[in-house]
Design a protein. Structure first.
Length: 122
């Protein structure tokens, strides 16, 4: 997995307007004008957001006569998801260990058994 691609993906996702644009494109291809409608910003500002998304590989823009459709490209999101999943595994294992420890604190019988096992190991 290319880290510069991940950097571009996360940089693009850092902005709420760009995340909203991706959310709209997840529903299907649409025009730049339709994408801009819910936002109180100029078309040049929307265009800058679209350029960031396009450079990150998150959208593709076309041109069909007067219609300029935008389309979601989900590949970079999948790459980011894979990267995040590695950390999810770490946190799940950490929480599992914390659960085990808290159970021993709540149950004195388990706590004494664990101390007994520790003494045997030493």
């Amino acid at each position: 997995m290319n880290t510069s691609n991940l950097d571009s993906t996360f940089a693009a996702l850092a902005d709420p307007t760009r995340r909203a644009i991706l959310g709209r494109l997840a529903l299907g291809e649409t025009s730049v004008t339709e994408l801009a409608a819910p936002f109180e910003m100029s078309m040049p500002a929307i265009s800058k957001h679209l350029k960031v998304l396009e450079r990150a590989g998150l959208i593709a823009r076309g041109r069909e006569a007067q219609w300029r459709p935008c389309k979601l490209q989900a590949g970079p999101l999948q790459d980011a998801s894979v990267w995040i999943d590695e950390y999810r595994k770490f946190w799940e294992q950490s929480f599992d260990r914390l659960d085990d420890y808290l159970r021993t604190l709540q149950n004195p019988t388990l706590q004494s058994k664990e101390k007994h096992h520790e003494h045997k190991r030493k």
